[in-house]
Design a binder for this molecule. Sequence first.
Ligand SMILES: [Zn+2]
Length: 103
Amino acid sequence: MSTPCPTWGDSFQRLGLHWWHGNCPSPIIPDDSQQIFEGLLLGDGSIPSTSGGNNCVFRIPMINRRFLKWVDERLGVLTTGLSLKKTAEELAANNRRTGFSKR
Ligand SMILES: [Zn+2]
């Protein structure tokens, strides 16, 4: 399902990615989503100064996939989607499996 950008009307699968990398102004964030962002900023959330796009991006570096999926679903089109990193445990298991490290 794609969603039209309110600025020009072009549709995108992930409006968050479009807003991050595109030239359209940042969206107006609904109150309920803003409350989620504020709560996340009190925890692990951050807005890095050099986020790589034209607009700011919100990041939550954590390994709780269930929680991250919940946040992604709640924020809907505002997110850029999940970019899951491997935990230290998963990286170690991968290193052992591939022979990169025996420990
Ligand atoms: Zn746009």
